[in-house]
Design a protein around this ligand. Structure first.
Ligand SMILES: [Zn+2]
Length: 82
């Protein structure tokens, strides 16, 4: 059975919490899909739509796009052998 792990659900990216001034790791999928996250320590809302997180969200989405693209390439390769 081929490995079908979703890289975006495994890889994590640090997101800064302004409530407790620390960075916490969330999975790429979660960052890309959620509009806000809850800090695991202080419980503050981490509002990903805030422009302070613009760079984080953009780079995470770019990474997700690359992951999706390469997994599509892999599937195509396995379905249609050379
Ligand atoms: Zn916090």
């Amino acid at each position: 059975m081929a490995c079908d792990v979703d890289t975006g659900a495994v890889f994590k990216y640090p997101v800064h919490c302004f409530g407790c001034d620390q960075a916490f790791y969330f999975t790429l999928r979660k960052i890309a899909e959620a509009k806000k996250l809850a800090c695991p320590v202080c419980g503050s809302d981490i509002n990903l739509t805030d422009e302070a997180y613009g760079f984080v969200v953009t780079s995470v989405k770019e990474t997700i796009a690359l992951i999706d693209q390469s997994s599509r390439d892999l599937q195509r390769t396995s379905i249609a052998p050379p």
